[in-house]
Ligand binder design. Structure first.
Ligand SMILES: [Fe+2]
Length: 283
């Protein structure tokens, strides 16, 4: 059983630690594509033909124990709104929700909640909490501010994503270049948003992929030719090794390319240099 796929709305309990579950998900996940040196959005993989990997779930890191599905900072019944207002650096997050066949999903519920610019959650009211639905094109857009840091966590946004009559994906998204990304045990590089400077503030993009099979497009002609871009007898390899503690500036080779480490970290399976541009820069 693949916990990443089947456990979207189950607590990470029952004898499985969240960390192990996360690592299992990392190992099981297909390698994401890298487009132009930044994390590839799911929409960029449409042409690949194969099914998309679902967005990893990420149970609330604020939960004091793994038995709690929701941390103390999630509150149900958030107001429907896509603009969350308050002091801080403006942030606009946008993207799409797809099924695994990369078909956009309309009317998907996205419930966002986050800390304010000082790293505090509003547990009395609904400041920086709100839900919205994807439009007919499967798009969403959240206008908010960059969340502040609080002890023990790197910078992150929380969200629940649910297609009509489907399970809930509870997850978080992250910001590239954050020093605490390296020490936060819940952090997952596959949940990094593309972030750039906006006017004003920051603009981020992220596509969610729900574990819904969908119907693959029929316009693609079947082919009996195996793909030629992946020679099975020539695995990537190189000097990069999982389990190695890499310091910023370290260089490795992987898949015939050389990379320089941008942030110190301990390498794990799934974080091969092409997959985590926040950690490795091609040189
Ligand atoms: Fe949080």
């Amino acid at each position: 059983m693949d916990p990443e796929i089947t456990d979207q709305d189950e607590p990470a309990g029952r004898g499985i630690t969240r960390k192990n579950l996360l690592k299992a998900a990392l190992i099981a996940a297909p390698l994401p594509l890298l487009i132009g040196g930044v994390p590839a959005l799911a929409r960029a993989q449409r042409s690949s033909g194969g099914p998309l990997a679902p967005t990893p779930f990420c149970h609330d890191g604020d939960a004091p124990t793994i038995d709690q599905t929701e941390g103390p900072y999630f509150k149900p019944n958030s107001p429907e709104r896509s603009v969350l207002t308050g002091a801080g650096t403006p942030l606009v997050v946008s993207g799409y929700v797809f099924n695994r066949a990369c078909q956009p999903l309309a009317n998907v519920l996205l419930d966002f909640w986050q800390a304010d610019t000082n790293g505090e959650y509003d547990n009395v009211g609904y400041t920086f909490r709100g839900h919205q639905f994807t439009n007919a094109q499967g798009a969403y857009k959240l206008t908010t501010v960059v969340p502040g840091l609080y002890p023990g966590r790197t910078r992150h946004l929380h969200m629940k994503v649910q297609a009509p009559n489907r399970g809930i994906l509870t997850t978080q998204t992250y910001f590239p270049g954050e020093p605490r990304n390296n020490t936060d045990t819940i952090f997952d590089a596959r949940l990094l948003m593309n972030v750039r400077n906006g006017n004003p503030g920051k603009e981020a993009t992220f596509d969610f992929v729900l574990n819904i099979a969908g119907v693959p497009p029929t316009s693609q002609p079947p082919t009996s030719q195996p793909p030629t871009s992946e020679p099975p007898t020539n695995p990537p390899g190189g000097t990069w090794r999982a389990g190695t503690n890499y310091a910023a500036g370290a260089t490795v080779s992987y898949g015939g390319q050389n990379y320089r480490c941008l942030q110190g970290h301990t390498a794990i399976s799934g974080w091969e240099p092409p997959n985590v541009p926040a950690l490795w820069q091609r040189i």
